[in-house]
Design a protein around this ligand. Structure first.
Ligand code: 13P
Ligand code: SF4
Length: 320
């Protein structure tokens, strides 16, 4: 690990990982020092796939709460811990299970598709789960005779409707961090660096997505930048992803979209591209949650049972 001040913590984490037979899963938005101790770093889809196949006894989930819950749904008998129990998500907050249940009652023909960024209780009410990495494929596979209800991200839902041509009723939730990206900022960056490719996460507003050379999940962003002949990219998502992009795409330059400002170095990410929930996790908290086996994710057996079906449906369709 290059960041020497983290070395002692990282050493303790590695020792404990062996002793506990633990696996560390980290989202692409985690700080570099967490990504560097993880066994796997990826997007929500990759993390769910890893959680589904791990034989570790303890899962240390470095991401936000709904992601750790997803790992628990797939591993009811394992211990799942997360570094900070308050690492929530504005999309999850926007969609309480009781409100969704009320809406579902208004149309018995609804086929409910939930973006994975929601609580286990919401997953338990749904027919299938999607991530930004597989939403198009899963919506294309939805039964043709059903009315599609997509929760909770209105922007991802709009984008999927544009890609698939399937009309959907959209829940009005959004990611507070992605809706901060402004069309004008992206255009200003593009004017300054006309050779740069614009890569946008689908949780962003349509007016920003319209400027994109590629709209994709965080994992697909990495593949896109690695395989593109372009040398410079404007990345419209959370700044944590820059760590993997720099490591996996040597010789290329990455600009954080909202960082562009005449007074600021273009490679210096500003706080508006940080998810305050993802950034609650620190390497120290990773070590502590492993030492204490807490905070731990616990879910009612009934919720796990009901939420598992739409999760498994997602994994099965994704693998086709
Ligand atoms: P990805 O699945 O694309 O990594 O996105 C997760 C997320 O929370 C985006 O804000
Ligand atoms: Fe939720 Fe947005 Fe943070 Fe992702 S970036 S975890 S969608 S608040």
């Amino acid at each position: 690990m290059a960041r020497s001040r983290f070395e002692p913590l990282a050493r303790e984490i590695f020792t404990l990982k062996k002793r506990l037979n633990a696996v560390i899963l980290a989202h692409n938005y985690q700080v570099p020092e967490i990504q560097d101790v993880a066994d796997f770093v990826g997007d929500s889809l990759g993390l769910a796939q890893q959680a589904a196949k791990t034989d570790a006894e303890v899962i240390v989930f470095c991401g936000v709460h709904f992601m750790a819950e997803t790992a628990k749904i797939l591993n009811p008998d394992k211990i799942v811990v997360l570094p900070d129990k308050d690492a929530g998500c504005s999309l999850e907050e926007s969609c309480p299970a009781e409100k969704l249940a009320e809406l579902q009652k208004t149309n018995p023909n609804f086929w409910t598709i939930a973006y994975i960024n929601c609580s286990a209780a919401v997953k338990a009410l749904c027919d299938v789960i999607v991530t930004s990495g597989n939403a198009e494929k899963i919506v294309n596979a939805a039964p043709k005779d059903r009315d599609l209800l997509f929760v909770p991200d209105e922007n991802l839902g709009q984008w999927v409707m544009e890609q698939t041509g399937r009309p959907m009723t959209l829940w009005k939730g959004n990611c507070y961090a992605h809706v901060e990206f402004q069309r004008e900022q992206v255009l200003a960056t593009k004017r300054h660096f006309p050779d740069a490719k614009i890569v946008v996460h689908p949780e962003s507003l349509r007016e920003v997505r319209e400027l994109a050379d590629a709209v994709c999940s965080t994992e697909k962003m990495i593949t896109y930048c690695r395989t593109s002949p372009a040398k410079r990219f404007v990345i419209v998502t959370e700044s944590g992803i820059i760590h993997r992009l720099q490591r996996e795409c040597p010789g290329k330059e990455f600009l954080c979209a909202p960082a562009f400002d005449a007074m600021r170095a273009p490679t210096d990410p500003c706080h508006c591209s940080e998810c305050k929930f993802m950034k609650l996790n620190t390497l120290e908290k990773v070590l502590n949650c492993m030492k204490n086996l807490s905070p731990r994710v616990e879910l009612p057996a009934e919720i796990i049972k009901r939420a598992r079906l739409p999760m498994e449906r997602m994994l099965e369709i994704s693998a086709r």
